[in-house]
Design a protein around this ligand. Sequence first.
Ligand code: NAI
Ligand code: A1CAB
Length: 266
Amino acid sequence: MKVLVIGAGNMGLTYAQGMSKSKLLKKRNIMILDTSEEKIQELNKISHFDVYEDLKDCVPQADIVFIAVKPYHSEELFKALAPLLNKEQILISIMAGITIDYMKDLTGLDKVVRAMPNLPAQIGKGLTSYIASDAVSKVELILVENLLDTTGKSILVSNENFIDASTGISGSGPAYVFYFMQSMMEAALQMGFSKNISKVLVSETFTGAVELFNQSDYSPNKWMDMVASKGGTTRAALDSMEDNNVNELIKEAAFAAFNRAVELGK
Ligand SMILES: NC(=O)C1=CN([C@@H]2O[C@H](COP(=O)(O)OP(=O)(O)OC[C@H]3O[C@@H](n4cnc5c(N)ncnc54)[C@H](O)[C@@H]3O)[C@@H](O)[C@H]2O)C=CC1
Ligand SMILES: O=C(O)[C@@H]1CCC=N1
């Protein structure tokens, strides 16, 4: 079986590397294509994959075509791909917003999978939600799941709306965490800590809190109560967040990403 990854950026290269560790594929079964000259040179230096610049040299050999270009490049790419594809091939896209119907229309393929990963895939800690068109068989779906799981965990969702919704939570979510980290690091610097110490204080706090959360069934609210003493420092911070409506603003931000994903599909 051969997989062709189109778009060797943050996510495409991550998946190519993840899939190369799959027992289902060997390294030489992964082809990778990019249009950027700079990227091709980089791939030729570091990569153990077969690197391509021209669709016609690799698309016909692929069983699975994995699309990892930006959504605004999709139309042009699908138009170029369409004449080279055959109905047996499975298309997997990780592009935000781009719908299964749109991909089927432009490529002429029936077997299309839409997935939404996130950046921790780079270290095997990704979370990918996915859904497939009806033409993808159960066996093929297991194969797809195996490939997605090479970068972390995956969740099969029951309708395509959940792909846009998970874009607002897990897809874009790492950036919300980094936003919070950035604010806390800026506060630590303002309190007089060095850059290095600020980084350690913040990153260990995030790691420890997430590990605690993962080791029990307690809700985040319950954990907050365990940190906060009555009339103490944490309550002062949490009250400040509540007074400033931070909870609502974070939810609004997640919905902004969700809505943008829906908009990208139109
Ligand atoms: N970065 C992230 O955290 C996440 C990104 N995604 C999705 O993954 C996709 C890729 O995102 P990134 O990897 O961050 O982008 P990127 O900009 O790092 O990589 C895109 C690559 O596609 C190449 N490219 C552009 N047009 C092409 C074409 N016609 N044929 C072949 N290659 C072409 C570019 O040269 C570039 O190397 C996007 O659609 C995005 O919505 C999904 C979840 C998370
Ligand atoms: O920002 C974006 O559009 C992509 C999708 C989810 C994360 N990055």
